[in-house]
Design a protein around this ligand. Structure first.
Ligand code: ATP
Length: 227
C-alpha cells in the first residue's frame, strides 16, 4: 500500500515544552489510524505536523513522499492533498454553507461552477443538501460540524485529518461521520482521527496511543469490531 504520510523521528518543541518527541508513524492509502491519549499528550500537535499546518523542530514529515522541509509554501500542499476538520469549526460566517465548502477548491484554481457542483454533492452526501445556501449562524452546532466535514472531504484529498470530529454530535450523527470517513478511506484516502471515544476508535485499522508526546502503544484493530 502507498504510504500517504510518514513521520520519522518527528519532534515539536513549543516554548521549551516537548509537545512531541521522536515520533515514527506511517499511514497508508486505505488506512484509518485513530490517535488516542490523555489531554496534553500531543495528539493535536501530531495532527498539525502530519497535515503540514506546523513544522517539526526535529525529524522529518513527508506527504506522498515529499519532505515538507523542502516546501516553502505549505498552504499549497495542504489545499491540494489534505482535508482537515478542526476542533473549532472555523467556518467563515459571511459565506453560505456551500461557499464555505467551495472555498478550498476555488483557492486551488477550480472554477466556481465546478466547485459549487462538487460542494453540493458532498453536502448532499452529508444530508445537508437543503441547507446549502444557509449561513453558519442559521445552522445548528451539529449541522455546522457537518459543513466543516464536507469542506474537508471535497476534492478527493488523499489525506484526511480529523480532530475530535464527532465532538458536538449525537451518537447517530457521529456514527454517520465515522461511516463517511471510513468510506473515503476504503476509496483510497489515508485518515488520521483523534478521538477520546473507544466506540469511534473501533472504526480504525490501528489505534496509536500517545503519552507525554511519545507513542506509548500501537494496536491493530480486529476486523470483527464495530465497523
Ligand atoms: N502553541 C503552543 N504553545 C505552547 N505550548 C503548546 C502549544 N501547542 C501545544 N502546546 C503544549 O504541547 C503539549 C501537547 O499539546 P497538544 O494540544 O498536542 O495535546 P493534545 O493531546 O491534543 O491535548 P487535548 O486532548 O487537550 O487537545 C501540551 O503540553 C500543550 O500545552
Amino acid at each position: 500500500m502507498t504510504v500517504v504520510v510518514s513521520l520519522h523521528d518527528a519532534g515539536r518543541v513549543h516554548d521549551g515544552v516537548h509537545a512531541l518527541k521522536g515520533v515514527n508513524l506511517e499511514v497508508s492509502a486505505g488506512e484509518l489510524v485513530a490517535v488516542m491519549g490523555p489531554s496534553g499528550s500531543g495528539k493535536s500537535t501530531l495532527l498539525n505536523l502530519a497535515g503540514g499546518l506546523d513544522r517539526p523542530t526535529s525529524g522529518t514529515v513527508r506527504i506522498e513522499g515529499e519532505d515538507l522541509a523542502g516546501v516553502k509554501d505549505l498552504a499549497v500542499v495542504r489545499r491540494g492533498r489534505v482535508g482537515y476538520v478542526f476542533q473549532d469549526l472555523n467556518l467563515i460566517p459571511s459565506l453560505t454553507a456551500a461557499e464555505n465548502v467551495m472555498l478550498p477548491r476555488e483557492l486551488d484554481g477550480v472554477s466556481a461552477g465546478k466547485a459549487r457542483k462538487e460542494a453540493l454533492a458532498v453536502l448532499a452526501e452529508l444530508s445537508l443538501g437543503d441547507l446549502a445556501d444557509d449561513f453558519p449562524e442559521e445552522l445548528s452546532g451539529g449541522q455546522r460540524q457537518r459543513v466543516a466535514i464536507a469542506r474537508a472531504l471535497v476534492g478527493e484529498r488523499r489525506l484526511l485529518l480529523a480532530d475530535e470530529p464527532t465532538g458536538a454530535l449525537d451518537t447517530a450523527t457521529g456514527d454517520g461521520i465515522l461511516g463517511l470517513l471510513r468510506g473515503r478511506c476504503d476509496a483510497g484516502a489515508a485518515v488520521l482521527l483523534v478521538t477520546h471515544e473507544p466506540r469511534y476508535a473501533a472504526w480504525a485499522d490501528r489505534v496509536v496511543f500517545l503519552r507525554d508526546g511519545e507513542i506509548a502503544d500501537s494496536t491493530d484493530v480486529p476486523l470483527e469490531s464495530a465497523r
